[in-house]
Design a protein around this ligand. Structure first.
Ligand SMILES: NC(=O)c1ccc[n+]([C@@H]2O[C@H](COP(=O)([O-])OP(=O)(O)OC[C@H]3O[C@@H](n4cnc5c(N)ncnc54)[C@H](OP(=O)(O)O)[C@@H]3O)[C@@H](O)[C@H]2O)c1
Length: 232
């Protein structure tokens, strides 16, 4: 499949790209860091996979739309968009600054919408396609000490579930993934932290592959992946 993936320069996005690249998907990778994207692309090419890159800032509507449209042209089509990019600022309502609040809203909600609205006409035209949105367990359960982050992830869940109702009649699938703790580098606050208990980024890629592999008439609409238990 031809799959566009946001937030592909590191973390969960890198894990998704790695797994999907190994599984034979043709990838269009997006994020701000060109160096990060190039590193992920080289690893995928090194394993015999296919990936194109397009640096863009999802907070900028026009830049995002033109990066995605040129990517679709280069890939000669698109079958799926995975909206993974997101900013995680875990601060309470007492602590979070206005700039931090706006940055999360602009990335996690606006950016996801800009990418989606750019891809939808292509999927509608061909009468099939798939949008996968990475929400979070904090997108359906309150997060004390992270109210702003949870607000953006509840928004992703609400948008995603409602979008499904709007596009299913056009043959377009929408899936919401709810990850628990995933071992992405940016979530390692202490370099000596034990991380084996966490979900691995590639394992989120594995579930994306499974979600993309259902028959056209079937849909996995929600999927939660989380560690079995946390260290005591
Ligand atoms: N890690 C977890 O435990 C966990 C749990 C549940 C849900 N999630 C969700 O999973 C997603 C990925 O999280 P992660 O842990 O992998 O975070 P991460 O390591 O910080 O990676 C975030 C990705 O998003 C990209 N990004 C951020 N702002 C962007 C912007 N303005 N424009 C374009 N790309 C942007 C980053 O690339 P650049 O910096 O190069 O732009 C990077 O590739 C997020 O939506 C997060 O909410 C994570």
């Amino acid at each position: 499949m031809k799959v566009l993936l946001t937030g592909a320069s590191k973390g969960i996005g890198e894990g998704i790209a790695t797994f999907l690249g190994r599984s034979g998907h043709q990838l269009g990778l997006l994020a701000r860091s060109e160096d990060g994207l190039r590193r992920v692309q080289e690893n995928i090419h090194g394993e015999g996979g296919k990936a194109e890159i397009a640096p863009c800032d999802l907070r900028d509507h026009d830049g995002t739309a033109s990066a995605i449209e040129s990517m679709i042209q280069k890939m000669e089509g698109v079958d799926a968009l995975i909206n993974n990019a997101g900013l995680v600022i875990r601060k309470s309502a007492f602590e979070i600054s206005l700039d931090e609040w706006h940055a999360m809203v602009e990335t996690n909600i606006n950016g996801l919408f800009y990418a989606t609205r750019t891809v939808l006409p292509f999927l509608k035209e061909q009468g099939r396609g798939h949008i996968i949105n990475i929400s979070s367990i904090s997108g359906h359960m309150p997060l004390s000490g992270g109210s702003g982050y949870a607000a953006t992830k509840y928004a992703v869940t609400g948008f995603s579930d409602s979008l499904f109702l709007e596009v299913r009649g056009h043959g377009i699938k929408v899936t919401t993934i709810f990850p628990g703790s995933v071992d992405s580098q940016s979530h390692r606050h202490d370099p000596n932290e034990e991380t084996d208990w966490k979900v691995r980024p590639e394992e989120v890629g594995e579930v994306c592959h499974q979600i993309l592999s259902t028959r056209q008439t079937n849909l996995i609409s929600h999927l939660e992946i989380r560690p079995l238990r946390k260290p005591s």
